[in-house]
Design a protein around this ligand. Structure first.
Ligand SMILES: *[C@@H]1O[C@H](CO)[C@@H](O)[C@H](O)[C@H]1NC(C)=O
Ligand SMILES: *[C@@H]1O[C@H](CO)[C@@H](O)[C@H](O)[C@H]1NC(C)=O
Ligand SMILES: *[C@@H]1O[C@H](CO)[C@@H](O)[C@H](O)[C@H]1NC(C)=O
Ligand SMILES: *[C@@H]1O[C@H](CO)[C@@H](O)[C@H](O)[C@H]1NC(C)=O
Length: 345
């Protein structure tokens, strides 16, 4: 009896090592894909074949994933986790998935994401985070996600999206941003500018429809004219590019909508920016004029002193030496005489 049990468990272990298939899943050895959809799973099956390239875990009830959840399938290229109940992803969840290219997390309950989360996915090409409850995305990923071409975050609760995050996806060509709570205030200007360049370079997006403020509710961020869309006063000048700055100054004379709240935010900058340079310039000019005047005065005085001294010296010399021609500096003497004759003093 014991021997038979041992043999049986031995066979099971052997089967697993050879690459058996988890009970609830169907394994297709030719395509190296494992299909575990709609099995009411609460966690990732344990005995996945290590050669698996595609793993379907959609339509289950997975709520949590431990760190290294997919360590058994290091070759994975495509991971489908859509329509599960994930509300949080621990930073180490995807560790070891060096080759993952497609990660589909649509229709879960995610609220936020950490930048570290995706550091372990260098080869990722498509990331689908749509239909979650995400209200916050990392401002940056720290290092570029070179191969990411599809980034989907439509149907979430996003109000803002940092330009730095998009800049860390240099290859992105498809961006899904619709159906969020986009807050089209001055902070979204950098996204507007980035998207314009993105579309100009051939990128495709489904658009950013403003949810607030009331001025722009329902409007497409990209269709709001620049002269009506004001840049942030100070913080964005620090963070933002020189482009934003140029745009801001270029469009400053244009009349902004008085009801827009970004116009209100703009006022302090004008109060702080404008008065400063002018007094500085005025002061500078006045200082220059005074300096010039003083220097001119001193030079004139010196010239006058020199002329008077020269005349006196010439007169004294003439008196002492009578009609005898002076050995030194005859032209100078002549000049001095002429000067004395011509000057009224
Ligand atoms: C999501 O998965 C559940 C089973 O967990 C299923 O009953 C439901 O139909 C799925 N939803 C969609 C939209 O496929
Ligand atoms: C993710 O899965 C959903 C549902 O099947 C699908 O509509 C979407 O296109 C997938 N996303 C990607 C990037 O493949
Ligand atoms: C998403 O958030 C909204 C409101 O914040 C809430 O009503 C909804 O139940 C949440 N959905 C999920 C799937 O957590
Ligand atoms: C991007 O894809 C290319 C081609 O598949 C690959 O050689 C390269 O290593 C990938 N980049 C990164 C950062 O993994």
């Amino acid at each position: 009896m014991k021997g038979e049990l041992l043999l049986l468990s031995g066979v099971i272990v052997l089967l697993r090592l050879v690459g058996g298939c988890p009970e609830m899943c169907r394994c297709h050895s030719s395509s190296h894909s494992v299909d575990c959809r709609r099995q009411g799973l609460a966690e990732v099956p344990l005995d996945l074949p290590p050669q698996t390239l595609t793993l379907h875990l959609q339509d289950n009830q997975i709520r949590q994933l431990p760190a290294f959840a997919f360590r058994a399938v290091p070759q994975l290229r495509t991971l489908n986790l859509w329509n599960n109940s994930l509300s949080h992803l621990a930073p180490g969840v995807f560790h070891g998935l060096q080759h993952l290219q497609v990660l589909n997390l649509t229709q879960n309950s995610l609220h936020s994401l950490e930048s570290r989360l995706f550091h372990s996915l260098p080869q990722l090409r498509e990331l689908d985070l749509s239909s979650n409850n995400i209200s916050h995305l990392p401002t940056s990923l720290g290092r570029p996600w070179e191969n990411l071409t599809v980034f989907a975050v439509q149907q979430n609760q996003l109000q803002q999206l940092d330009r730095a995050l998009l800049e860390s996806m240099p290859s992105v060509r498809l961006l899904f941003l619709k159906d969020n709570l986009w807050k089209c205030n001055c902070h979204l200007l950098s996204l507007k500018l980035w998207l314009e360049t993105f579309i100009y370079k051939g990128g495709v997006t489904d658009g950013v429809i403003c949810a607030s403020p009331d001025t722009w509710k329902g409007e497409d961020l990209l269709k709001i004219p620049h002269e009506l869309y004001q840049p942030c006063p100070f913080p964005s000048l620090d963070v933002g590019s020189s482009r934003g700055q140029q745009l801001g100054s270029a469009h400053r004379p244009a009349p902004g909508p008085p009801e827009s709240h970004s116009a209100r935010e703009r006022d302090p900058s004008e109060c702080e920016l404008k008065p400063k340079p002018r007094p500085a310039n005025l002061r500078h000019t006045v200082a220059t004029i005074i300096t010039t005047g003083v220097v001119c005065g001193i030079v004139c005085l010196m010239m006058l002193t020199a002329a008077v001294y020269g005349c006196t010296y010439a007169a004294v010399t003439a008196q002492h030496h009578g009609g005898r021609p002076a050995r030194t500096n005859e032209p100078g003497k002549m000049e001095g005489k002429e000067l004395c004759d011509s000057s009224p003093a």
